[in-house]
Every structure is written in C-alpha cells, then in structure tokens.
Design a protein around this ligand. Structure first.
Ligand SMILES: [Zn+2]
Length: 86
C-alpha cells in the first residue's frame, strides 16, 4: 500500500511540474501586446458630425441630407424647415 502511495505521489508531482514548465514556456512565447497602429486609429476616427436644422439631432455627415444650405436628419424634416429652438 505504501509503495502505491509513493508512486501515486511521484505521478502527481511529475504532472504538476510538467504543467508549471508548460505555463512558463507559454509566457515566454507570448509576444508583448502591441500598441494600436496608426491605420487602426484612422479607421476608427469619427466622421464629421452635423446638426439637423429642424430637430437639432447630431448625425454623421454621410447620413445627413444637405438641402438649401442646411443639414437635415431626414427628408421629412427638410420639408418642415428650420425650427427656431427656444
Ligand atoms: Zn431632424
């Protein structure tokens, strides 16, 4: 019985040591985290925002309608025209 426990302890100990070595090797192999490149920043940079002349909501220029020198969030608000905000 004592012999079986001895070999069991050796077996578990060897597994434990093997795992520790594997974890250390993985840490060494992992490359350091890289800072985001300039291209990534350019891709995520925000687009110019414009304001709807009627309701005042801000939206990206590409989604706004430019009619009569004003920007609108929708054709419906372009038809309603400029609203004076209090
Ligand atoms: Zn609007």
């Amino acid at each position: 019985m004592g012999k079986a426990l001895f070999w069991l302890a050796i077996f578990i100990g060897s597994i434990f040591i093997t795992r520790l070595l594997a974890i250390q090797a993985a840490k060494k192999r992992r490359p350091p985290p890289q800072a985001p490149s300039k291209q990534d920043k350019a891709a995520t940079s925000s687009e110019a925002m414009v304001r709807c002349a009627h309701c005042g909501v801000h939206l990206p220029r590409s989604e706004a309608s430019l009619i009569n020198q004003n920007t609108w969030c929708s054709p419906a608000h372009a038809q309603l025209g400029v609203r004076n905000r209090d």
